[in-house]
Ligand binder design. Structure first.
Ligand code: NAD
Length: 341
């Protein structure tokens, strides 16, 4: 069993911790929190040992009636792999702690690529992380793009990808973020950072990205145009995606018109927190004109990176190859909707 610690128990960390507990080959050592808020209480209720991320704030947990198992240092010492789920930039500050303990570490997409030995997407480049000391699971958007560009490149070759990312202003719990009444080019300069980030996983893909931000919280939406090396048929692209793990091709008969209904669908399917770990690609949007393939996909920013974190643990440990790991992850989490419409 691989003992996994989660440092940072927020949007991503709580989902990663739950996914770890679902794995047949992993044990959750515990989770580190900076303060005793509702999420710390949730961790305790779930029976996850709680560690103080900031040692001199440990008293606050006792004051809130929450028992601590130790400090972040203790958590790292007791873990075979640590998954850092702290806010952007904090992971880089924590890197020395993990190195001091010689504990392999996984970082998130908010960190710069140089925080880790390799930037990681299970479908894109699993093998490159095998045996590495550290990996950075790329952002939700980069994960979503890597999952579709990899099979398109393997099957047809990708001459050029052009993607406009219409991004949610903030997660539902991020009450301070916006815009609340505007549509922003963000960044206004082109390309946005997303294309170069895809290249940290798939260096051979020629991709330009444009970013926007809108007053929404539920999901991102991508408008994708990929010029393929060889001509394709739209129905073959649909088949290709339907046979890929972690891609949900939304059948027209489902009558799902946007992120609201996608989240409703996930809730109805009893997904934890209404999570959609898969890219959600509208079948009706998959269009091919000559060598130009077009589609719309929605990406659930809070959850699509979660299975990738689990695979990254196995890759660093060298415990399984990509196919074995993804199969175990997907079966244990309950990936896929089996919906053909
Ligand atoms: P979050 O703010 O929801 O959670 C971060 C947690 O870490 C919070 O509970 C915070 O209190 C805690 N924390 C702060 N400093 C800490 C420290 N020094 N030690 C331990 N814990 C600390 O953030 P998030 O959305 O989960 O993002 C985490 C990482 O995942 C970031 O790199 C982010 O870019 C990336 N990411 C976020 C999303 C998303 O949409 N939320 C999607 C993909 C990747």
């Amino acid at each position: 069993m691989t003992r996994v610690g989660v440092n940072g128990y927020g949007t991503i960390g709580k989902r990663v911790a739950d996914a770890v507990t679902a794995q047949p080959d992993m044990d959750l050592v515990g989770v580190a929190k900076t303060r005793p808020n509702f999420e710390a209480e949730t961790a305790t209720r779930k029976g996850y040992p709680l560690y103080a991320a900031v040692t001199d704030r440990a008293d606050r947990f006792a004051d809130a009636g929450l028992e601590l198992a130790g400090t972040a240092d203790d958590l790292v010492a007791a873990s075979d792999v640590i998954v850092d789920c702290t806010p952007s930039g904090v992971g880089a500050e924590n890197a020395a702690l993990y190195a001091d303990h010689d504990t392999p570490a996984i970082f998130q997409g908010g960190e710069n690529a140089d925080v880790a030995d390799v930037s990681f997407n299970a479908r894109g480049n699993y093998a490159e992380a095998v045996g590495a000391d550290s990996a950075r699971v790329v952002s939700c958007n980069t994960t979503g793009l890597s999952r579709i560009l990899t099979p398109l490149d393997e099957t047809y070759g990708v001459e050029k990808a052009r993607v406009t990312l219409v991004r949610r202003g903030g997660d539902p719990g991020q009450t301070g973020r916006g815009p609340i009444d505007d549509i922003l080019p963000d960044p206004v300069t082109i390309p946005s950072h997303h294309g170069p980030d895809v290249n940290t996983v798939l260096p051979g893909i020629d991709i330009d990205t444009l970013g926007m931000k809108v007053p929404a919280t539920l999901m991102h939406t991508h408008s994708v145009n990929v010029t393929l090396d060889s001509a394709a048929d739209a129905s073959d692209v649909v088949d290709l995606f339907e046979n890929e793990r972690r891609l949900f091709v939304i059948p027209p008969s489902a009558d799902i018109d946007g992120a609201g209904k996608l989240k409703e669908f996930a809730d109805d399917a009893d997904r934890p927190r209404g999570d959609l770990w898969e890219n959600c690609i509208w079948e009706a949007s998959i269009t091919v004109e000559g060598r130009d393939c077009y589609l719309f996909q929605a990406i659930h920013q809070e959850s699509d990176v979660v299975p990738e974190n689990i695979d990254a643990v196995r890759a660093l440990r060298g415990d399984a190859d990509a196919e074995e790991s993804m199969t175990t992850t997907d079966e244990s989490m309950g990936m896929g909707f089996g919906y053909r419409g």
